[in-house]
Design a protein around this ligand. Structure first.
Ligand code: 6GU
Length: 237
């Protein structure tokens, strides 16, 4: 997969050299390039922003540097992280993981001139995505989050493909709690059933914990869970 990230703060992306994303890059599974938006400015001050039409606080990113940047790196699937985007989900991560080329446009200040996004949509798929109902300084940290969610879905990145099918959100439920050694710690014991070796009962216990956790912590997710996916033992739980 090819990924281009455009930002006025390229230094934000040094974490993408580390851990499994770094490994995906050195192994050639991920070809990721970070660009400084100011590369595509033409004035001596390398200006990327201006005052908003209609008035109001803050500054807006000017269209000219963005159009030149997108012409230089595109076309590809353009992702614009923004608090006014559609909520980013695991389903989106799967869709993006299937793309050949992703382009991330990191806005700062009050955002990017809307015409940049509308104009790009005439040439390539565009998604404005939000991480949640809060406001960040800019799209940079959101891009790191989205890249983690996407990269771990690329074939060959995770050693154990089972971690993908078993995990929270894959099945529309939260995962059960997990434990490791020691069996007793600060007077707290690992649930006996997990040490029983009875794989049938363990699977049932985990399923029950998933349902209970989801119902308590994510009533929205629980309500959306297809009733056809509930078995008879689930209904008892
Ligand atoms: Cl994706 N970007 C910014 N700037 N703020 C956000 C966000 C994204 N998601 C929530 N708040």
């Amino acid at each position: 997969m090819r990924v281009d990230i455009i930002s006025i703060f390229p230094d934000y992306f040094t974490p993408l050299d580390l851990s499994l994303i770094g490994k995906a890059r050195t192994s050639g599974l991920l070809d990721l390039v970070v660009h400084d938006l100011r590369t595509w400015t033409s004035d001596v001050h390398r200006t990327v922003d201006d005052t908003p039409y209609g008035g109001g606080p803050g500054m807006v990113m000017r269209p000219e540097p963005w159009s030149q940047a997108l012409d230089a790196v595109g076309p590809g699937t353009l992702i614009v992280p923004s608090p006014v985007g559609k909520p980013f989900t695991q389903a989106d991560a799967h869709e993006l993981a299937a793309a050949e080329h992703l382009i991330f446009a990191c806005g700062r200040y009050e955002g990017i001139d809307q015409r940049v996004i509308d104009d790009a949509a005439g040439r390539m798929p565009v998604r404005e995505v939000s991480l949640g109902d809060y406001v960040l300084f800019g799209g940079e940290v959101a891009v790191i989050v989205i890249m983690e969610a996407v990269t771990r879905l690329l074939p060959g990145v995770l050693g154990n493909a089972d971690s993908l099918t078993e995990e929270s959100h894959a099945a529309g439920l939260l995962e059960a709690p997990v434990y490791t050694k020691p069996a007793s710690w600060r007077g707290r014991d690992v649930p006996e059933i997990l040490r029983s070796g009875d794989h049938g009962r363990i699977a049932r216990w985990r399923r029950d914990q998933s349902l209970l956790r989801t119902a308590e912590r994510r009533p929205d997710m629980f309500a959306a869970y297809p009733p056809a996916q509930l078995d008879r033992a689930d209904r008892r739980a």
